[in-house]
Design a binder for this molecule. Structure first.
Ligand SMILES: NC(=O)c1ccc[n+]([C@@H]2O[C@H](COP(=O)([O-])OP(=O)(O)OC[C@H]3O[C@@H](n4cnc5c(N)ncnc54)[C@H](O)[C@@H]3O)[C@@H](O)[C@H]2O)c1
Length: 434
């Protein structure tokens, strides 16, 4: 089948890589000219394990083409996957500017029956507007479908080839058959439904994942007050198969390109349908508070009063981990941004290290220093702060770290160290919920 993927971002590139690798001819269109030129040369714009090998192989085999021209691609395709960004507006609603512009350009170039499948996460209630946009510009027959994306950055190729489920939301058996055939070589349960239900699966899934994180964070607050260990409590709760332990980890709050914006967009959507989603508002509020609670732990370990302004003046702080999670360089809505801005606000001096995201971070946080590795980051600092659980951070040699730090302080936002071992190594240690 010939496919056009619109949007060469995390979702679009992985979709294009996997479908071309499965033998389809795939065009990938983006409005970002530089990105397209780089991609043609095999340069991937972000860090995602094994993606560049997939792209390289399929460009070489002439199954995958990058272009900024809709006319070169859409008119030759039977199926279009729309994978453009749907960021948050100020009021929390999803900004659909890119979506409508992509759909309009697609419509202008349709030729023959084409299935336009929305992979972007978009709120319910825009079906008529999407149909009207295409009808205004297209003479060809078309249908819309929704097949939301569930990949996780860091394991995106694996997730796309072996997903838990593929959700296919259509209005007709014809559209359903096309998408089922296209996904035939991919494993995972098939959930076929109408478009709205498919979209709601996506929002519902992200809302529940965020709820699990905020639940774990709320329990961690209680564990601190009750002097218990949240890791054991969560292990016990998550061992129940009805609950499961995924996403039941407390930390510095959820971040990234999806959960924060999708939670806000879901609250806004619910309100348009006359439902006050109180549960999700609480999830969002707990998440926001987690950053301030974490910064207060840093103040506490440094013996800086938690109620005074500018009271981290003169303190040198090492932040380890900037990306919103390990194995990605994605800084979108990373908790590190809020934590560092708050520390700067309190007049601390911050040096950071992240194995992958420092180029992106320098654009967002130009005011701080960046170190080449963990040990250079912590040298001469008053505290070592873990913000992202990169596997290499749990391998840090604590006796070497103690010699390098000015003060042996660890605030561990991801509970990667054993508190007992840290204390035996001579550190003052504060984790989350233990
Ligand atoms: N990143 C994830 O892990 C993930 C996972 C699941 C779902 N999603 C959802 O998928 C969608 C895309 O997310 P992403 O992270 O890949 O976004 P992204 O920002 O990485 O990529 C979007 C791309 O679309 C391009 N674009 C914008 N307008 C365009 C247009 N009119 N025509 C062609 N290209 C255009 C941009 O230049 C950019 O390259 C969002 O709705 C997101 O919520 C993302």
């Amino acid at each position: 089948m010939t496919i056009t993927v619109v949007g060469a971002g995390y979702v679009g590139l992985v979709t294009a890589a996997v479908f071309s690798d499965l033998g389809n001819k795939v065009y990938c269109v983006d409005v970002d000219e530089k990105k397209i030129e780089d991609l043609k040369k095999g340069k991937v714009p972000f860090f995602e394990p094994s993606l560049s090998e997939y792209l390289e192989r399929n460009i070489k085999e002439k199954r995958l083409f990058f272009t900024k021209s809709y006319s070169d691609s859409v008119s030759k395709s039977q199926t279009i996957f729309i994978c453009v960004g749907t960021p948050s507006k100020e009021n929390g609603e999803a900004d659909l500017t890119y979506l409508f512009s992509a759909v309009e350009e697609t419509a202008k170039n349709l030729s023959g029956y084409t299935l336009i499948t929305i992979k972007s996460t978009i709120p319910i209630g825009y079906e008529d507007d999407l149909e009207a946009t295409v009808k205004k510009h297209a003479k060809a027959k078309f249908e819309f479908a929704a097949s939301p994306e569930f990949l996780r950055e860091g394991t995106a190729i694996e997730d796309t080839l072996h997903p838990d489920r593929i959700v296919i939301g259509t209005h007709s058996k014809k559209a359903e058959k096309i998408l089922l055939e296209l996904h035939a070589p991919i494993s995972g349960e098939r959930i076929t439904c109408d478009m709205r239900s498919a979209q709601l699966v996506k929002y519902g899934s992200n809302a529940l994942l965020a709820t699990k994180v905020s639940f774990a964070n709320a329990i961690s607050i209680l564990c601190e007050k009750m002097e218990t260990d949240v890791t054991k409590v969560m292990e016990g709760i998550g061992a129940d198969k009805r609950i499961g332990n995924a996403f039941l980890y407390p930390g510095v709050g959820y971040g990234g390109s999806c959960l924060p914006k999708d939670v806000l967009a879901f609250i806004a959507q619910a309100s348009r349908f006359d439902y006050d989603f109180e549960l999700l508002r609480a999830v969002d509020a707990i998440n926001d508070l987690q950053v301030e609670r974490f910064v207060n732990k840093i103040r506490r370990i440094l013996n800086a009063a938690e109620d005074k302004k500018n009271n981290l003046y003169g303190f040198e702080i090492a932040i380890l981990g900037l990306a919103f999670k390990p194995n990605t360089d994605d800084m979108r809505d990373a908790p590190s941004i809020k934590i560092i801005n708050r520390l700067l606000n309190l007049k601390a001096n911050v040096t950071a290290f992240d194995p992958q995201s420092m180029i992106n971070a320098k654009r967002i946080l130009p005011q701080i220093s960046y170190a080449k590795d963990v040990y250079r980051a912590i040298e001469g600092k008053h505290a070592m702060i873990i913000v992202t659980e990169w596997p290499e951070f749990s391998q840090i040699d604590l006796s070497k770290a103690k010699k390098l730090l000015k003060k042996p302080n660890i605030v561990d936002g991801r509970n990667i160290f054993d508190p007992h071992k840290a204390k035996v190594a001579g550190f003052k240690y504060i984790g989350v919920g233990r």
